[in-house]
Design a protein around this ligand. Structure first.
Ligand code: ATP
Length: 503
C-alpha cells in the first residue's frame, strides 16, 4: 500500500499530472499545480459532476461566487469562532499534528485488524462463510469493533465539549506515538483556526481584514434569495458551485488528499422545514450512486455516519473511499438545518425567507448539502486506476485504467513509420477528431513503446496508421485495457470513440 502511494506521487509527476507548487524553490507545503494531463483529468471530473448535478436536475442551477467575501460572512457562519482543528506538538521532533487525525488513524487500525480476521475466516470457510454471522459471534472481532467505536465516541464527546485535556489523555492512554519518529512526548492540545487572513485596501489604517473562503457554501447562502427570485425556482431546489477554498491545514502529509488550497464541488439543496431527513437520505444515496457510476468498485466506498455533529448540522455522513492509505472521507453530506440562513439574517438584518405558494406561508428553508473535494476525487480516481500488470510474455506494463469519460486524452494517432505518407494521414485523422475530443499525435519510437506511453497516460484508444491504410482507408484501433486490436475504417472512428468516452 505504501509503495502504491509512492508510485502514485511519482507517476503523477513523471507523466505530467501534478507538480509540487513552486518546485524550484523547494515547493510550498500542501500546495500543488496541475500539469498538462492533470488539468484535463481534473476538468473532466468537474464536468462529470456538473453535468449530473446541474444539467440533469431541472431544479438545480449553478453559481460562481467570488472567493473574497464581506468578512461578516465568516462571523455569521461560525468560522471565525469555531473553525478550528485540535493541534498537538511533539516536543522532541517539533512536528505538529491534528490530535483527532492521530486518534482516527488508531481507530482505523482496529478496523483493519477486524477486517483481517474476517478475511482469514472467509479464506478458511469458502462459500459457506457468512460474514454477518461471523462478526456477531467472533469475540476478537467484536472486541476490535467495540473498542474502535468507544474511542471514536469518546473523542467526539471531548471535542464536542471542547475538553482538550481529555483528548490529550486519550492519546496517552492509547499510547499513540508520533507517526514519523515514534516518540510520545506531546505538548497540550489546543485549538487552531484554519482560515487564511488577508487585507483589502492600500493604506494600513483603512485596510479591511478579509479571509480567503474556507468553503464555497457561504457564497451560495448569501445569494440564496438573489438566485431564487431571478430564477423563479420553487422549493425544493438546489444551487451548485465549484471553486477554490483555502484552509491552513495542520497535517499536510498525504499529497493532494489534504491541501492548503483546493477545490470543492458543493450543492446546497433548499427544502421545507421538517422534510430535510427525506432529502438527506435521498442525497446520500444519489451521491453514492454517482461515485459508483465511475466503476472504481463498490467495495471501495462506505458510509460513515457522524456521531459528533458540527454546530450547524442535525445529521451528517461521509462517503469514504479506500485510498492507498486506508478508508478516508471523500465527500460529506450534511443536513445543515436553517442555521446558515438564520445566521445571515441576524448578522445582515436582511430577511432570508421564502414564500411558499403551496403552503401560503413564509419560512426559512432547511438545507441539505453535498460537498466533495475535487482534488480528493482526483486522487481517488488516479490511485485506483494505476496498475502494474504482468503480461503473458512476462513483461510488466504500467497502465492507468481511468474511466474513459475522465481520461485526459481519448485517442492517440500513431503512424507506424515516419515515411510513405503515413504521418500525413495520421495528421489528417487528428485534424478530423480533435473537434470532438482531445487527440494526441505521436511518431517517436517503436509503436510498442508508444502504446506503453499512452497506457501510462490513461489514453483509452490508440489508432495506428500503416501501409494497409493506404490501400483501404482502415486503421488498427487498440484498446487500452484489453490491449485488443480491431481493424476499423477511418470513417467509423469518431462514432466508435464517442460511444465509449462521452458523458
Ligand atoms: P477533513 O475531516 O478530511 O478535514 P472536512 O470534514 O473538514 O474534511 P468538509 O469541510 O466537509 O471537510 O469539506 C467537504 C469536502 O471538501 C471534503 O469531503 C473533502 O473532499 C474536501 N476537503 C476538505 N478539506 C480539504 C483539503 N484540505 N484538501 C482537499 N480537499 C479537502
Amino acid at each position: 500500500q505504501e509503495d502504491l502511494f509512492k508510485n502514485v506521487v511519482s507517476h503523477a509527476k513523471e507523466y505530467g499530472f501534478i507538480f509540487p507548487s513552486s518546485e524550484i524553490y523547494d515547493g510550498l507545503s500542501a500546495v500543488y499545480d496541475y500539469a498538462q494531463n492533470g488539468v484535463e483529468l481534473k476538468k473532466n471530473i468537474r464536468e462529470y459532476w456538473w453535468k449530473s448535478m446541474v444539467q440533469l436536475h431541472d431544479n438545480i442551477v449553478g453559481l460562481d461566487a467570488a472567493i473574497l467575501m464581506h468578512p461578516t460572512t465568516w462571523k455569521a457562519s461560525g468560522h471565525v469562532d469555531a473553525f478550528n482543528d485540535p493541534l498537538i506538538d511533539n516536543k522532541d521532533s517539533k512536528k505538529r499534528y491534528r490530535a483527532d487525525v492521530l486518534i482516527e488513524d488508531y481507530a482505523e487500525k482496529l478496523h483493519q485488524k477486524a477486517q483481517k480476521e474476517i478475511e482469514k475466516a472467509r479464506a478458511r470457510y469458502g462459500d459457506a462463510f457468512n460474514e454477518e454471522e461471523f462478526v456477531s459471534t467472533n469475540a476478537r472481532v467484536a472486541e476490535y469493533k467495540a473498542r474502535q467505536r468507544q474511542i471514536l465516541e469518546r473523542m467526539a464527546a471531548s471535542l464536542g465539549n471542547n475538553d482538550l485535556d481529555d483528548v490529550k489523555t486519550l492519546i496517552e492512554e492509547l499510547e499513540i506515538a508520533d507517526p514519523d519518529t515514534g516518540s510520545r512526548n506531546w505538548t497540550e492540545v489546543r485549538q487552531f483556526n484554519l482560515m487564511f487572513g488577508t487585507k483589502l485596501g492600500a493604506s494600513a489604517e483603512n485596510a479591511m481584514d478579509l479571509y480567503l473562503r474556507p468553503e464555497t457554501a457561504q457564497g451560495i447562502f448569501v445569494n440564496f434569495l438573489n438566485v431564487q427570485k431571478s430564477s423563479r425556482m420553487k422549493i425544493p431546489f438546489g444551487i451548485a458551485q465549484t471553486g477554490k477554498a483555502f484552509r491552513n491545514e495542520i497535517v499536510a502529509r498525504q499529497f493532494i488528499f489534504r491541501m492548503r488550497e483546493f477545490e470543492q464541488m458543493e450543492m446546497q439543496f433548499f427544502v421545507r422545514p421538517g422534510e430535510e431527513m427525506k432529502w438527506y437520505e435521498y442525497w446520500k444515496q444519489t451521491r453514492l450512486n454517482w461515485h459508483l457510476s465511475l466503476g472504481l468498485g463498490a467495495g471501495n466506498y462506505r458510509f460513515h455516519d457522524h456521531e459528533k455533529l458540527a454546530h450547524y448540522a442535525n445529521a451528517a455522513a461521509d462517503i469514504e473511499f479506500n485510498f492507498p492509505f486506508g478508508f478516508k472521507e471523500l465527500e460529506g453530506i450534511h443536513s445543515r438545518t436553517d442555521f446558515d440562513l438564520k445566521a445571515h439574517e441576524e448578522y445582515s438584518g436582511k430577511k432570508m425567507q421564502y414564500f411558499d405558494p403551496e403552503l401560503n406561508e413564509n419560512y426559512t428553508p432547511y438545507v441539505v448539502e453535498t460537498s466533495v473535494g475535487l482534488d480528493r476525487m482526483f486522487l481517488a480516481v488516479f490511485s485506483n486506476s494505476l496498475k502494474e500488470e504482468t503480461l503473458e510474455d512476462g513483461s510488466v506494463r504500467t497502465v492507468l485504467r481511468l474511466p474513459s469519460v475522465l481520461a485526459p486524452t481519448k485517442a492517440a494517432v500513431l503512424p507506424l513509420v515516419k515515411k510513405d505518407g503515413l504521418p500525413e494521414i495520421a495528421q489528417q485523422i487528428v485534424s478530423d477528431l480533435k473537434w470532438d475530443f482531445n487527440v494526441a499525435y505521436d511518431e517517436k519510437d517503436a509503436v510498442g513503446r508508444r502504446y506503453r506511453r499512452q497506457d501510462a497516460l490513461g489514453t483509452p484508444f490508440c489508432i495506428t496508421v500503416d501501409h494497409q491504410t493506404l490501400e483501404d482507408s482502415t486503421v488498427t484501433l487498440r484498446h487500452r485495457d484489453s490491449m485488443a486490436q480491431d481493424r476499423v475504417s477511418i470513417a467509423s472512428l469518431k462514432e466508435i470513440i464517442n460511444n465509449e468516452v462521452s458523458m
